[in-house]
Design a protein around this ligand. Structure first.
Ligand code: HPA
Length: 271
């Protein structure tokens, strides 16, 4: 599948030409209530887009305005643990790059490893560790794109500063940390979580990193936010469950939405 075909189809949906795109994970969907939608389309209608399968992950692309700022929102993503190839997991990012997006904000749910974190906190990603056991850049060289992608500054300083400013304005505490990605879908063992803490991870999750890698290959600026939906295994006193993840996401949905809305506003002012 060619990302250019999907990009052409997205261009026909709306006259808006956003440079910003957001990928909404658990805990961030509520921002759609604040999004002035100009056009929307399900992934099924976009050639090459994957079919997300987890409860709470629909698959829809929306174009509109977030606090007066034109943006594309991807609501729902395909996960590696669902059995999708990395190529499918990251196809939407390549389509966004082909469309002309320059800045990408990725959001996700994650388990808190840093002992200072509480369920319901938000964490700005300062960096990541890829332990998914796969890399979406593996495969034939793509024309016009680098073979070896520098990841020294995976997460963009300017976009991250805008997120920090948005959190300050909205009076939301913003934690910072390194996101460690695993393939899932099992949660971690306490021994794994202790090991990840020693590696310097602040949180653990099952997404985002493939999208960051592909976005950086295309030269997009990336920022990312985790909703700490639970304390990671062994740190939490109780067993982990997807129900807990969804419960926390629901509890802090208004906060997540405010943070993203404020970010959209500030982003618009800095263009
Ligand atoms: N581990 C991995 N992925 C997650 C977690 C977790 O504890 N919480 C939400 N996504």
């Amino acid at each position: 599948m060619n990302p250019n075909s999907a990009a052409a189809k997205i261009r026909k949906l709306s006259r808006l030409r956003p440079t910003l795109a957001l990928v909404l994970g658990s805990g961030f969907k509520h921002v759609l209530q604040e999004f002035a939608v100009d056009a929307r389309v399900t992934y099924a209608k976009l050639p090459g887009f994957p079919k997300p399968g987890v409860a709470g992950h629909d698959g829809e692309l929306l174009i509109g305005k977030l606090g007066d700022t034109p943006a594309i929102v991807l609501s729902g993503r395909a996960h590696f643990y669902e059995g999708h190839a990395m190529e499918q997991v990251t196809f939407a990012v390549r389509a966004l790059a082909a469309y002309g997006i320059r800045d990408l904000l990725l959001t996700n749910a994650a388990g808190g490893i840093n002992r200072k974190f509480r369920a319901g906190d938000f964490m700005l990603l300062t960096d990541h560790i890829n332990l998914m056991g796969a890399n979406p850049l593996r495969g034939p060289e793509l024309p016009g794109l680098p073979r070896f992608v520098d990841m020294t500054r995976a997460y963009d300083a300017k976009l991250s500063a805008l997120l920090a400013a948005a959190a300050r304005t909205a009076k939301i505490k913003l934690q910072r940390g390194v996101y460690l990605a695993v393939s899932g879908p099992s949660y971690e063992t306490p021994a794994e979580v202790r090991a990840f803490a020693r590696l310097g991870a602040g949180a653990v999750g099952m997404s985002t990193v493939p999208e960051t890698l592909v976005a950086r290959q295309h030269g997009l600026h990336v920022a990312a936010l985790s909703c700490i939906t639970n304390l990671a295994a062994g740190i939490s006193k109780s067993p982990l469950s997807h129900a807990e993840v969804l419960e926390t996401a629901e509890r802090v949905k208004l906060t997540g939405a405010r943070l993203l809305k404020e970010f959209g506003k500030l982003y618009g002012q800095h263009q």
